[in-house]
Design a protein around this ligand. Structure first.
Ligand code: G6P
Length: 619
């Protein structure tokens, strides 16, 4: 998830663009860049690292008598970008803006172009030269191919050739005073000032300059100039939309209008999964994980997988264990990284050890991965951060593409990790021939539908989660019960409540309840049960009955339309129906919301819970 800012108007744009990027810093990034139109040509500067490095690069250009800062008169049209790497390493070449072959068209992009590989091949055959490893650069070359004197037309035609999930802004040296943007699912919003217009991926980028904002919708093309904006749909039909006055203060604006980063990130989960699966499911019936540097013969021959991780990442691994064992029939051993590294584990070169870590910097996970490598196993890192230590301490990497997560309590990185485990499970099943092709195709289709199911589940569970929280927030203990794939969901739900509300919780395999935890139950214990559709649903429901018989209040997470499940509990929250193995990715959503609402009801700071850090780098 990158940050985009563009400006057209009467003022020198360089400082406005840098100020806009500063306001997008909260999104996190690894490199940044700016391009401006200066007397009929484009000047560009890019730097790896923080905005200080970008400012230093601007100053260095100026010292050399050129670059973005020395235009006379000062440039008044420009685009800028902060990059969170997804395709291509963190290097200056991969930083945006990206130019075409003639260096007269520059673009900045947020998101993923799914068909980048085929477009790159096609454009290369037609003589285009690329200077980066990114999917984004394709867009500038596509616009070059489609350009016929009108940037808006060229962007529209190019938009029609792209598949994916993105927003971008383009400029052409021949058309100063104009920027053209397009949006497909990633955010893009225009800020309309007096004689000037901004185009950005988030409102904070221009809030200090104007409070008049126009949201660009999916499949729309927007052209901005000093005099305002014009929007069309992707076929060129005009769209009328009035500006809205933004009343948020700057702190609220950084959170996209949500009251906390955690809530904002809960609502980014559909995107996080969509970006994670995007080009890895290029067809209707298969998985493309060719970017993961483990060859197919090796994957076919693995005898065992060991998953090591901490915290929420460990829970994502647990979900993965059920999916991979079910689909690919590879035995999986799971361990908490801090346990694994100190227990002299049995490791061989036939093992694949998977380290799951959103930050890529968790000390225990890194140590466990190193230990595995020293003992001859191959190590695959599943991480959200390009260039993190985990990517250097492993043989191969599978990136989650959740974008930076600010809240200490992990939410969107969890669903992206679970989605990655599903991709891996399906790929292994394909290679090892353990699932019929029709079942793989059905699961691929189901996985593709998950982002929209996340959206609908969040929409329907918000109100009941708030209601249940209002009724239960004062209890001093919560028990979570589940079986099979419901168990890791319980563990993660209980962890969320514990870490942000400081309420003691326990999460248990429902079948194990009678061996001890049942002693805890009385009228004062809310019990949260994962009763989504699965082959063990009947068993879970009989556990719910046992709990109710002790007078405890039961709250069940149920699959939409499952009447029986809804009838046995005192309160229910429905989640969208999907394949039962995929249920955890939607079943976790109401539990995140419930934990969130309970913590808010107790007036706690959910983004920064006490005693916890986002990344734990000490051993
Ligand atoms: C910390 C965070 C948790 C996270 C865990 C593992 O404890 O508070 O939210 O799940 O680290 O982090 P990782 O970056 O390795 O996924």
């Amino acid at each position: 998830m990158c940050g985009i800012v563009g400006y057209v108007g009467g003022r020198p744009c360089l400082d406005l663009l840098v100020a806009g990027l500063e306001k997008l810093e909260y999104r996190g990034y690894d490199s940044a860049g700016i391009s401006v139109i200066d007397n009929g040509q484009i000047e560009n500067v890019r730097a790896v690292g923080n905005l200080e490095n970008l400012r230093a690069a601007v100053a260095e250009q100026a010292d050399e008598g050129g670059g973005v800062a020395v235009a006379a008169p000062a440039a008044t049209t420009g685009v800028a970008h902060t990059r969170w790497a997804t395709h291509g390493r963190v290097t200056e070449e991969n930083a945006h803006p990206h130019g075409d072959c003639t260096d007269r068209i520059h673009i900045v992009l947020n998101g993923i172009v799914e068909n980048h590989a085929e477009l790159r091949r096609e454009l290369a055959e037609q003589g285009h030269h690329f200077s980066s490893e990114t999917d984004a650069e394709i867009v500038s070359h596509l616009i070059e191919r489609n350009y016929d004197g009108d940037l808006t037309d060229a962007v529209r035609r190019s938009f029609g050739e792209l598949r994916g999930h993105y927003a971008f802004v383009a400029m052409h040296a021949d058309e100063p005073g104009r920027l053209v943007g397009a949006r497909k699912e990633c955010p893009l919003v225009a800020g309309v000032g007096e004689g000037e217009t901004f185009l950005a991926s988030a409102i904070p980028a221009f809030l200090a300059e104007t409070r008049e904002a126009v949201a660009i919708e999916n499949d729309e093309i927007v052209t901005i100039g000093a005099g305002g904006i014009s929007i069309t749909d992707s076929k060129g039909n005009p769209v009328e939309r009035a500006a809205e006055e933004i009343s948020w203060d700057e702190a609220a604006a950084e959170k996209g209008g949500y009251e906390t980063f955690m809530l904002k990130e809960i609502h980014e989960q559909a995107d996080a999964v969509a970006e994670t699966i995007a080009d890895r499911l290029p067809s209707d019936d298969g998985v493309d994980l060719s970017e993961v540097e483990l060859d197919d013969d090796y994957l076919r021959g693995i005898q065992r997988i060991v998953i090591v991780a901490c915290g929420t990442s460990y829970h994502a691994g647990l979900v993965g264990r059920y999916a991979i064992e079910e689909w690919a029939r590879v035995p999986i051993e799971m361990d908490i990284a801090s346990e694994y590294r100190y227990r002299n584990p049995v490791i061989s070169e036939h093992d694949l050890v998977i380290g799951i870590t959103q930050s890529g910097e968790t000390a225990d996970t890194l140590a466990a991965m190193r230990l595995a490598r020293e003992n001859g196993a191959k190590v695959l890192a599943i991480t959200n951060v390009m260039g993190s230590q985990a990517t250097r301490d492993s043989d191969a990497v599978l990136y989650t593409r959740a974008g930076p997560e600010v809240s200490v309590a992990a939410t969107k990185t969890f669903v992206a990790q679970v989605a990655s485990m599903y991709l891996l499970g399906l790929r292994l099943a394909e290679l090892r021939g353990t699932l019929p092709p029709e079942r793989i195709a059905a699961l691929v289709a189901e996985l593709k539908s998950i982002p929209s199911k996340i959206e609908t589940t969040l929409a329907v569970s918000e109100a009941p989660a708030r209601e249940i929280a209002a009724a239960q927030a004062e209890h001093d203990f919560f028990l979570y019960l589940g079986r099979h794939i419901g168990l890791p969901v319980c563990l993660e739900g209980a962890l969320k409540l514990k870490e942000i509300s400081y309420i003691p919780t326990d999460a248990y395999a429902a079948g194990e309840m009678k061996h001890g935890p049942i002693a805890l139950l009385d009228e004062s214990t809310p019990v949260i049960c994962i009763a989504t559709d699965s082959p063990v649903l009947e068993k879970v429901l009989s556990n719910v009955e046992e709990v109710r018989a002790r007078g405890a209040e039961t709250i069940a997470i149920v699959t939409e339309g499952e009447e029986k499940a809804a009838q046995v509990a005192d309160a229910t929250i429905e989640v969208a129906r999907t394949d039962w193995i995929l249920q955890p990715i939607v079943a976790i959503l109401p539990l995140q919301l419930l934990a969130y609402e309970i913590a808010r009801a107790r007036d706690l700071n959910v983004d920064q819970p006490r005693n916890l850090a986002k990344t734990v780098t000490v051993e």
